[in-house]
Design a protein around this ligand. Sequence first.
Ligand code: DX5
Ligand code: ZN
Length: 221
Amino acid sequence: MKIVLSPSILSADFSCLADDVQRLEKSGIEDIHLDIMDGHFVDNITFGTGTIKSLRPHTKTNFDAHLMVTKPDALLAGLADAGVNSVTVHKEACVHLYHTLETIKKLGMDGGVVLNPATDYESLKYVARDGLLKKVLVMSVEPGFGGQAYLPMSTKKIADLAEWRDKNKFEFVIQVDGGINIHNIKTVIEAGATDIVIGSAMFKERQIEDNVATFRKAIEI
Ligand code: DX5
Ligand code: ZN
């Protein structure tokens, strides 16, 4: 299974976002994780569709938007228009999850569902069909801020989710987000995650190229 490294630009320098994304791209990164926060679902505010649209012409990388907002449906058309390729929505924020995933698909993007640390995955069996669920994102911190410590119980959750997926023959990939560093990345991959979001550790000391290389070396890709 191919391992995808998805740097989160939450830890980038917002005054030179295009430069930072290009540095990642030149280092071989193909997917960029975009954390959209509205100050309601989480206690932080980042950026929206306007910023993403401005960034789009500067890179060919895939844009993967993680929506930490109370009204994700209101943003979907704008995200598609801004050139976003995939969108993950929080299960806790979606009252009509099936409908939201259907809308994402109709807009030509890949849909996924994010689970907060205390959220179960079993009810995802109702949406894991019709090509609606391409990804499940396991939060390994409470969402809202970069630089938090990995919650150790996330490892078992990833392993359980992977087993449940395989037993039921679902095909979504497992993404993990929060507190990933050079010491725990192998653990989450061994548990079953194949798409690894890395924020602060990827931008550490602004040594972006070296950090990408160090992560690659750690997991031998
Ligand atoms: C947190 C965000 C993450 C964040 C991860 O709510 O969803 O994507 O950027 O940052 P680190 O890797 O520093 O935990
Ligand atoms: Zn995120």
